[in-house]
Ligand binder design. Sequence first.
Ligand SMILES: [Zn+2]
Length: 384
Amino acid sequence: MVDSSGTDTPLQEAGDDTIIWGQESDGRFRIGSAYKVAVEWLQENNHGDAAEGNHTKWISAWKWPGPNRLRHFLWLCLHNRLMTNSERKRRNFGDTDTCEFCKSGPEMTEHVIRICPLAAQVWQRLGLIETPLTHGLNFAGWMATNLKKEGTNLLFGVAAWLLWRRRNDWIFEKKFQESEILVHRIRAWAAVIKQAQDNNRQLLVDTTGDKTRQELAWQPPPADWIVINSDGSVKHPNSAAAAGGLLRNHLGRCVGAFVTNLGSCSITRAEIVGALTGLQLAWDQGHRKVLIHIDSTAALAILTGKDRDSRRYHNLTRRFQNLLQRNWEVHLSHSYRECNKAADYLANKAHGFSLGTHSFDISDSGLKFWILYDTMGITQDRLI
Ligand SMILES: [Zn+2]
């Protein structure tokens, strides 16, 4: 669990721009495990000064008021751990360390977030320019100060994350977002996160009893894996049924989406069709390590043969079982609807299509909104 190579971080092999957390077997980021590992490592290695610095960095990320997954990202920033060109070159993954946007210096974490003219434009438009309070501070100090600053700290953290994503969107999708538009997005996302937090607080106030509160958020698959999220939807009074779903990689990027209009049928059938269509698409696209998250426990029980009712869906389950027996790794599991916002969106959209299955445009702005929502790990509370 603990890095023994003598570098200054408790995170092993986690320097990529991935959102997988290496300290838990399921890859989920948990504050508790991260803090425990950090503290243990510091104690074992007896790094008094480093401990002080790392403690400050830790607290800055940990106390930041946004979603956990973004805290993890901010923690990586504070430790200069983003997979930038400099980092790639250092590891012999690339041959240039130059920032390909401004070409004015090596692309390091500080360059991406603070120094690059592209970042400076955004800070200026957001009104978060250097103040006497931050001027002259080193990168970690500058970040820590901004992450603590009441009133603008949420905006600051979201901006840092979206600045990093803008670069990645350019690299992976060759789409560049102008700073003016990015600034609107940053403000909008800070507002969405705030709203989700207020809703959760409201939910807690409204309910009584001894139910346990669980925070639920979409989980990315491990590297090299694809996760399928599918969902069914039935609208009354005509029982108009539809399904939809999408395939995402470990970075949360969508690699395929579909919608199916089923005419009229039960919600369980719609859920099963959604899972089946997603699985078929994953196979057709050549993925061989696949997780399927299904939010309907009834559909899951039928697909895994644990429900006697499965005879009614014999044709569908047989097709599903045939697919499973091919030469690939597939894991089925249950996930709560709250973790499945993008699939929920697609299932609703599917009603507007003609009968049958259609591939869905992954650049659709509504879909992109819910994908980013899921990717940020914005939590919904559920009382279980
Ligand atoms: Zn630059």
